[in-house]
Unconditional design. Structure first.
Length: 302
């Protein structure tokens, strides 16, 4: 709503006294403005559970596209949280069964299987990827469609997440609204698919660090879209520990060379799709670099 008004009654009061609003809506200076109750009844009786407003949005969007004002060549994706009109103390705790979504991609499952077989390892059983667990969430008794959003100790509330994809000229090309506890990375794929369907296929998609996941980069590359994601510093422990760049990968022999020149041979491919390389314990035990290599003083793996 304009100026943050949360009711049609307040909006109509603004229309009655604001000449700019009257001009935009086609009302004369003395014309009577439609009652707020008319809009409420139409929402409930005619427009509820329809995509009418989405149709209007994309009709306007296509008009702008025909005038060459928008382009899906470069798309920028982000989201913002909007507080729901719900008391955060009026809630009920709800448990539900969820499946791990990290390895739900059929292509990735197949690549893990092939990678393990190429190294003489047995493939994972199917139920290894379909593990289920339960999670407890807080559900508002006032607005069950919202989600409990926690940013820090001081910011805890029921909210909605407004996800948007915009073009380089600032025009919104696609939107999705979700509960506030939905992670941004889960929405990028359907949002990009929406842009492809309604406007066109992007050449590049830019997003912040919240979207920087292997699943998202794999999806964009498979779609032949360039991912523009921020650089992430290596997550190395503070101190004098070696970084991953200090270990040299030999593609021909499929191994790593540690700073002392020893081999870290392939060990396995885990269920998350990462290949692990380990060093011989008896060699590491006498290495002068052990304290800079690992804290457990046992095996280094990448």
């Amino acid at each position: 709503m304009y100026l943050g008004y949360r009711s049609m009654r307040k909006t109509i009061e603004e229309v009655e006294t604001n000449m700019a609003f009257r001009w935009f809506l086609g009302y004369g200076f003395r014309d009577k403005v439609t009652s707020y109750s008319t809009f409420g009844k139409n929402y409930e009786r005619r427009f509820k559970d329809t995509d009418l407003f989405e149709q209007l949005f994309y009709r306007i969007l296509m008009t702008a596209a025909n005038k060459k004002l928008i382009s899906a060549e470069h798309v920028f994706v982000d989201s913002t949280h909007v507080k729901a009109s719900a008391n955060k103390r009026k809630l009920k705790r709800k448990s539900f069964v969820k499946k791990h979504e990290r390895i739900k991609d059929v292509f990735k499952k197949k690549s893990i299987k092939i990678n393990r077989e190429n190294h003489g390892k047995k493939p994972f059983p199917p139920d290894k990827f379909d593990k289920e667990d339960t999670k407890e969430i807080k559900e508002s008794t006032t607005d069950s469609e919202s989600g409990y959003y926690v940013k820090d100790e001081r910011t805890k509330r029921f909210a909605y997440s407004f996800h948007a994809a915009a073009g380089r000229n600032g025009f919104v090309l696609g939107t999705i609204v979700t509960p506030g506890n939905t992670h941004d990375s889960q929405i990028l794929e359907p949002l990009v698919e929406q842009v492809i369907e309604k406007v066109g296929k992007p050449e590049a998609v830019a997003a912040d660090a919240a979207y920087k996941t292997p699943a998202i980069t794999s999806y964009l590359f498979n779609k032949k879209i360039i991912p523009a994601l921020p650089y992430t510093r290596p997550r190395t422990k503070e101190g004098f520990f070696f970084r991953k760049k200090d270990y040299v990968y030999d593609e021909h022999f499929d191994c790593y060379l540690c700073p002392s020149g020893e081999l870290l041979k392939y060990s396995t491919t885990n269920k998350e799709g990462y290949r692990e390389y380990k060093s011989p314990k008896h060699i590491c035990a006498t290495c002068s670099f052990l304290s800079r290599c690992t804290e457990p003083k046992t095996v280094k793996k990448w």
